[in-house]
Design a protein. Structure first.
Length: 201
């Protein structure tokens, strides 16, 4: 954190509380202080650590490639693009490949704690993608991950030493989650990272 930010944060917390005490008295000041405390707790709880993700692979170990699919990959052209992006079509085609599908959970499903449908959709996406990769001669394992793409990758890399990570998203993704995840993964991943957008111009 930049040195100038801390005094600014303290002032942003203290000034409204002091003003509430002066204008409304102890009762209003107490309420303002309580609101500030709750706000700080909520913001702190929502923050995630932003350190590096993954660890460098051991020298001489087999190549590991993690392909994260935010959309179904089935068309031959799309599979060829994924294979190229993952470097599985050249001299270094030999690799251990893992396909990861984050479970996209809707707001109402999350509120109702009903994640079964989202996990099933992710599994279907995995089956189709892995089968299409198999047709292209690429053998891969499959996993369903957290709904948050970055968290899903971080969780997976705790037990899977990926040298390369490829994030595959669709061009018609209007949520912007794919682009946001790609930006964060590009900053934090220790492994080589590529973002492939399918269906673009």
């Amino acid at each position: 954190m930049a040195p100038w930010k801390l005094p600014l944060i303290v002032a942003a917390i203290a000034v409204p509380i002091v003003a509430a005490f002066l204008i409304g008295g102890p009762g209003v000041g107490f309420v303002a202080g309580a609101l500030a405390a709750v706000t700080i707790l909520v913001v702190a709880a929502r923050q995630r650590p932003r350190g590096p993700i993954g660890a460098p692979g051991a020298p001489g170990s087999p190549r590991h490639v993690l392909i994260v699919v935010g959309c179904q990959v089935e068309e031959p052209g799309s599979i060829r693009a994924v294979v190229r992006a993952a470097g599985l079509d050249g001299e270094e085609a030999e690799a251990d490949v893992l396909v990861l599908a984050p479970a996209s959970i809707g707001f109402l499903d999350r509120w109702a704690s009903d994640v079964g449908g989202a996990r099933q959709a992710a599994q279907e996406r995995l089956v189709v993608t892995v089968a299409a990769l198999a047709k292209a001669g690429i053998e891969a394992r499959a996993r369903v991950g957290d709904e948050d793409v970055v968290q899903a990758v971080e969780d997976q890399l705790q037990g899977y030493p990926a040298d390369e990570v490829v994030l595959v998203t669709a061009a018609d993704d209007e949520s912007g989650r794919g682009e946001a995840a790609a930006a964060e993964l590009g900053e934090r991943l220790r492994a080589e990272f590529r973002h492939l957008v399918l269906g673009g111009p």
